[in-house]
Ligand binder design. Structure first.
Ligand SMILES: [Zn+2]
Length: 128
C-alpha cells in the first residue's frame, strides 16, 4: 500500500500537476535562454522586453504550480483558501492551480481581468 494514496485520495492530481510543473519549467528555461539571446543582440530591444515579460509570466505560473503541489502534500488541495469550500473538479481540471472556489475567485477577478500587460508592452514605443 502506497502512503501517498492514503494521504491524498486523488493521486492523479499529483501526476497532472507534476506534468504541468515540468512543462512550465521547460518554458521558463527556454524563455530565459531566448531572453539572453535577444538581449545580446543590440538591435531588437522590444523583442528582448517581450521575451522577458513572457519569462516573468511563465515563472509566476511555475510558482503557482509549485504552490499547488505544496497544498496537495499538505492535504489542502482543492479547498478554497478564503472560505474553505471545496473547489469543483471541473474548475481544478481547467486550472489545477486554483486557490479559490468559483465564488471567491469571481469576487477577486475584476482587477486581474482588467490587466493586459502583454498588449501594453507590445505597444511601447522603442524610442524614449
Ligand atoms: Zn471560496
Amino acid at each position: 500500500m502506497r502512503r501517498e494514496e492514503l494521504r491524498n485520495r486523488s493521486p492523479h492530481w499529483r501526476t497532472l500537476l507534476e506534468a504541468r510543473w515540468r512543462a512550465r519549467l521547460e518554458e521558463v528555461t527556454e524563455l530565459s535562454l531566448a531572453y539572453h539571446i535577444a538581449a545580446e543582440g543590440s538591435e531588437d530591444k522590444d523583442e528582448a522586453r517581450r521575451v522577458l515579460h513572457r519569462a516573468v509570466v511563465a515563472r509566476q505560473g511555475l510558482a503557482e504550480t509549485e504552490e499547488a503541489l505544496r497544498r496537495l502534500a499538505a492535504g489542502d488541495f482543492g479547498r478554497c483558501e478564503r472560505c474553505g469550500a471545496g473547489i469543483p473538479a471541473t474548475s481544478l481540471l481547467a486550472a489545477p492551480e486554483s486557490r479559490y472556489c468559483p465564488r471567491c475567485a469571481a469576487a477577486s477577478a475584476p482587477s486581474r481581468l482588467g490587466e493586459t500587460p502583454e498588449l501594453t508592452l507590445g505597444m511601447t514605443p522603442s524610442h524614449p
